[in-house]
Design a protein around this ligand. Structure first.
Ligand SMILES: [Zn+2]
Length: 435
């Protein structure tokens, strides 16, 4: 193959290479699903990293197996392994990085297929992680391998990483790698995360998130004489009532210009994640009765998702103002507010080369117009953006987002082939600087 070919000829060659690898793509996805990388607790990370290393070495990738020692969850029993594979083309040029998380969530109930069997049925591959996101990982590997087979001496470098713990925050995965410099803009210029966003969509980023804990305090007393105590649960009830009457309606009025999907997430939202008050829940086999006590503490955890138009300080202030309002109206009301975790919203510019390249790939491979979206929840892009300071990052991959974490999760084989073509076309554009 010579490099002077026009783009159409190159894309036809890539499409043929990928179509010829269809069975390989299916087998690779099945193999990945059959390694049950459950998180928590973080099973089989080393196994899947070793598998990926064996897979990528023959194409000329240099492999690094990296354990994120000391990160949350890392232990001798459950080490946090990551794999970073890099292949230089032999000439100066940019680095394009495909990042996939290797972990999957628990299978849960309701499956008609073996969640770790990788069964193929009716053009789909079933299994936990099929769409989120072992199908995307497999598609990116096939895209890279097809590209390398045609033009092994490309400018720049291709990287493929398999990283731990995305489902639990990414601290033993992308966050740690970013801290070690693996996602610095000097080293990597463009990142594609093949999360399942549908093959015609480009995900530019995500909303922000703030987790916080609210505690209300009371005074314990005998339950037959509640007037001698002070019920923390009733105080919490007043907080919820204030949220219902003022906060939730206010959040529904805050609309965003971010193209968040689904539509319901195109505004500020808040979930009451948990609520505990009074005596601890008894064990399921406990047959006794509760004792008569007035609860002296209640605890609520909230999960507030915010927009690029909002600031973290405003989001925090809004809750504190609400609590102060309840305090002003309610005798004996005492509370604590503690922020647990905060991630800023992020949105890559639509003018970024990686966006342009994938847009063109979608138009050429699928003959349709690409759609820009933003994720309602965060994913590893947050660490690439905040820790790595790398701004040219998107999520693009096969699979239907709604199937993630569901029983009978699957990825469509045609969708994987199509998105592998898009990724390969984008790779070609980015490495050769046609963006
Ligand atoms: Zn995912």
């Amino acid at each position: 193959m010579i490099e002077g070919q026009d783009i159409e000829t190159r894309q036809n060659a890539l499409a043929r290479e990928i179509a010829a690898r269809r069975d390989d793509l299916v087998a690779l996805t099945q193999d990945l699903i059959r390694i049950p990388t459950l998180n928590p607790p973080g099973e089989c990370y080393r196994d899947i990293c070793d598998y990926l290393a064996r897979r990528l070495k023959p194409s000329g990738f240099e492999i690094k197996l990296l354990r994120a020692e000391g990160t949350p969850g890392d232990s001798a029993r459950y080490p946090r392994w990551n794999v970073v594979a890099r292949r230089e083309g032999g000439r100066v040029g940019p680095c394009v990085h495909f990042n996939s998380h290797i972990d999957v969530v628990e299978a849960g109930a309701g499956w008609t297929f073996d969640p770790f069997g990788g069964t193929v049925s009716d053009g789909k591959i079933y299994g936990r992680g099929a769409c989120d996101m072992k199908g995307g990982l497999a598609a990116s590997i096939i895209a890279a391998e097809a590209f390398i087979a045609l033009w092994p001496e490309y400018p720049g470098a291709i990287e493929i990483s398999g990283t731990a713990d995305e489902e639990t925050g990414g601290y033993g995965g992308v966050a740690w790698l970013a801290e070690q410099g693996y996602f610095s803009p000097e080293r990597v210029q463009h990142v594609i995360i093949p999360e399942p966003l549908n093959k015609d969509r480009i995900c530019l980023g995500h909303r922000g998130v703030m987790w916080a804990q609210i505690k209300t305090h009371g005074r314990i007393a005998h339950g037959s004489m509640p007037f001698l105590g002070d019920c923390a649960v009733r105080h919490m009830g007043a907080v919820i009532s204030e949220m219902e009457s003022s906060l939730f309606p206010a959040l529904a009025q805050k609309h965003t210009s971010m193209p968040v999907v689904p539509d319901g997430a195109r505004q500020s939202t808040m979930n009451i994640n948990s609520l505990h008050g009074g005596q601890a829940e008894p064990a399921p086999d406990f047959t006794g009765f509760p004792s008569a006590c007035v609860p002296d503490e209640a605890r609520m955890v909230i999960d507030r998702r915010y927009l690029i138009e909002e600031q973290a300080d405003e989001v925090r202030e809004e809750i504190i103002t609400l609590l102060e309002r309840v305090k002003a109206e309610r005798a004996g009301f005492r509370y604590d507010f503690e922020e647990l975790w905060q991630v800023s919203p992020t949105m890559t510019s639509v003018d970024a080369p990686v966006v342009k390249a994938v847009e063109r790939g979608i138009r050429s491979a699928l003959s349709c117009e690409p759609v820009h979206v933003v994720s309602p929840g965060t994913y590893d892009q947050k660490h690439i953006d905040r820790i790595g300071r790398l701004k040219y990052c998107i999520a693009y991959g096969p699979g239907i987002l709604d199937l993630a974490h569901q029983p009978d999760e699957y990825v469509g084989i045609d969708d994987m082939v199509d998105s592998a073509k898009v990724m390969a076309f984008a790779l070609d554009d980015l490495l050769y600087g046609r963006t």
